[in-house]
Design a protein around this ligand. Sequence first.
Ligand SMILES: *Cc1c(COP(=O)(O)O)cnc(C)c1O
Length: 367
Amino acid sequence: MRPAVYAVLNLDAVQHNLQRVRYYAPEAKIMAVIKANGYGHGLLRIADALQTVDAFAVARVDEGIRLRKAGIKNRIAVLEGFTCAEELDELLHYQLDPVVHSFTQVDIFESRTEQDLCAIWLKFDTGMNRLGFKVNEFNAVYQRLNRCSIIRPPISLMTHLANADDKQDPATLKQISLFNETLSALAPEVQPKNERSIANSAGILAWKEALTDWVRPGVMLYGISPFSDSTGEQLGLKPIMSLHSRLIAVKPIAKGDKVGYAGSWICEKSTTLGVVAIGYGDGYPRYAKGGTPVLVNGQRVPLIGRVSMDMITVDLEAQPHAKPGDPVTLWGDGLPVEEIAVCADTIPYTLVCGVTQRVQIVEKTAL
Ligand SMILES: *Cc1c(COP(=O)(O)O)cnc(C)c1O
């Protein structure tokens, strides 16, 4: 018997979504972003499904090591780079390409004498104000790194867009032109052979100016929209993950009854209450508001009361014949994860990343 709570992963959708990336950025090399356990879908599972990409990106060294130990041969970029010499040694040992964004890293490179061991991504901060070198630092840093024997030329160059999911925000074009102009004006010897990368999913889908040698799709590979006003499906993507559970109790409740912790939901008119086996202990969002849609037997019913660790409650007025054991979908076919994110005041990224260990994964591939 299936466990009460499980996530179905439609791995054929991965290929479809990759084709969509190629459609939007036909000339670009693809660095598939699979950090945070492949956005909650499973690091190795997603890497396996994406073997044809030019490179993978993870956030941390240990994620890259997991990929190498599993036999992944593609280039792997480590987006947060390293913070000490020992971590650089691990990067070298496993042939992982760090993103270089800090003077600490430049100092460590300068202290090394080996030859051509490490390909790097030099990161330039064009407005995100998180990682990367500033406009006025960039030329000097580039020169210093260019003289480091351990670095294998040519140095690749990248920046990250802060607000590309807002199609109206002029900041995105400013970031792109700051990147391109600084590279050509400040460092004339930065030749076209130094490959460039700007676009995340929103950049790929909405800003053709951001398309350059490499693109870095993340969320769109999982079939999810980076925009708050559309779903992955509306963009021609296919969601990979759906999340499922079942009803475990069905009972009448009377006007005036309070439901759940803190009694925050008070029954206004007698109805039928359903208890579903899923909660924040599975990754269902604790802050999903009353009224958040839940599919019971494929039909929408509203969430009522607070989300508990292992259970939620729904109003079954529209489903008078529902009974314990009936199937429930929390997001998936007919209920986009983007819609649940809006109901929980969050973004779909956090929902798929947040599915916890106890949720059984069921892989679905074409028969
Ligand atoms: C996470 C990340 C991406 C992918 O972003 P999506 O919005 O998921 O496409 C790309 N580049 C960098 C530097 C990132 O950290």
